[in-house]
Design a protein. Sequence first.
Lengths: 366, 280
Amino acid sequence: MPDVTLRGISKSFGTVEILHDINLEVKDGEFCVFVGPSGCGKTTLLRIIAGLESVGAGELSIGGRRVNELAPAERRIAMVFQSYALYPHMTVYRNIAFGLKFSGGRKAEVDAKVRRTAEILHLTPLLNRKPRDLSGGQRQRVAIGRAIVREPSVFLFDEPLSNLDAALRVNTRIEIAKLHRQLAATMIYVTHDQVEAMTLASKIVVLNHGRVEQAGAPLELYHRPRNLFVAGFIGSPKMNLIKGRVVASDAEGARIALADGRETRLRKIEAALAPGQEVTLGIRPEHMAAGTGGPVALEGSVDAVERLGEASYVYMHLTDGTNITLRSPGDSKVEPGSALTVSAASGAVHLFDADGLALAHIVIPA
Amino acid sequence: MTRPIARPRLGRIAVHGALLFYTLVAIGPILLILVNAFKSRRAIFNEPLALPTAKTFSLIGFDKVLAKSDFGLYFLNSLTVTIGSVALVLAAGSMAAWALTEYRFRGNALLGLYMAIGVMVPIRLGSVSILQLMVDLNLVNTLTALILVYTAQGLPLAIILLAEFIQQIPRDLRDAARCDGIGEYHIFWSVILPLLRPAVATVAVFTIVPIWNDLWFPLILAPGNGKQTITLGVQQFIGQYVIDWNAVIASLSLAIAPILVLYILFSRQLVRGLTAGAVK
């Protein structure tokens, strides 16, 4: 079965080390998304899996077979590029058929496959057009068609949606999700957009500076980020991070002094905390509310309010200058410039130590 | 819609004036030859700038060239040499350019530099040793000698120009082809070369014109045995004491024809090739 396994993969360009000791397993049929800021090495990692970059160190296997030395075509992968990379001088039909012809398919067989693929992607009326006569979304579908016609065991997508406009991006995202269900194939998808990652993935791999920060199911990353980087990267708007210091800790919970001088009580902390320890509290905007309803209360003044209709995002700063964001109901009456107290339940707080590693996570409501 | 900013009237007139002047300088001699090719000898000397009239019209030059000399043979020789050389230059040049840009190997940069030197040093400097080499190879008075020399002459520029164009082809295309399982040769022939068409046309014209017009190498490498090219063939009408102007002008106007045809065929591709990359 086409599991993709990476063991100790490293890669450097010249003296610059791009990837450090990547260990990863993508199971058969999984939709795995590599996500991270630009320059984190996610595209390089994808190109290594594709065989377009050589493996620096470590072992890469697909379906239990070591493929380090194999050419892209022998790995039975297909890749969809960010720029689509359609052959500009060929019609859509020829673009899709090109790879098949060279792998020695019989003409009638190739023709049947191309037409079936075109059918799946609604490309049939476009088969005789050249790429320059297509819209961005259509080109994207041709690029995907070129991949699926080869019936690969692993699909690789390199930021396939980043050249599309917002509406089309959502549509194509849903199409890709459908396609994944339809083909039940292993897919590896690179993006810098955490919304794409959350919506598409069955497994997200968060990369930063060439290291895997965390890998797991989308909601696992959302609810239990392993460190500050993942906490800040997954979720939109970003998680609010508030500095604090442990005052006292016992079996019941902990008292933490926040940077603005307030003290807050957290109940049932799983981690052992030492008095005087520097910590960071992480609270997602959607887990906070205006008012003093929860034990963790913060006071600040409102800088801006974005009204989206179904919700309003309130951007405010605390007395010590920390910026925080609050997701409040769409009919919120908060005005910019006003003072506001917000609060969260003690179970809604993530706790990170001075090195940014998670100490405690929110209590996930059952 | 953005419109180009209208330049001051005077500036535009100056630009057009300069362009018109250059056009005149470039086309003038060609027109002069074409006009005089259809005139009698007396008319050529009396009124060189006049158009042929019923009185001065004469085809004597063409008659001499076509009927009384081996013009057809010379023409064929030129054609063979030019087409042969250009075909070799384009085939070898495009492959070399592809290899130099696409593959990282030891000596890559050095080889590129070696080619660049070929552009800077005129091949005529090596005339003596080339002649010696051709004598040793028993290739004097053959078209093969000319084809070999012209291929060497055209290759460096062709490689540098084509490499530049190949670099502009998006990397993703080659990677996509590799993922599609296309072999390296087929990537070159089926993906890269079709996209290089405007560049190939440009390089072809740049290569053809100097070869077709060259007098030097035909003179020293293949001056006899019916291997003369057209530029050399014309020389037989230029004697030590008498120059048969009718025949010279008629054969020159015939010699211009293929280059003109070529230009008309390639001009669109040529312009695209020359300006490629200048505008997105």
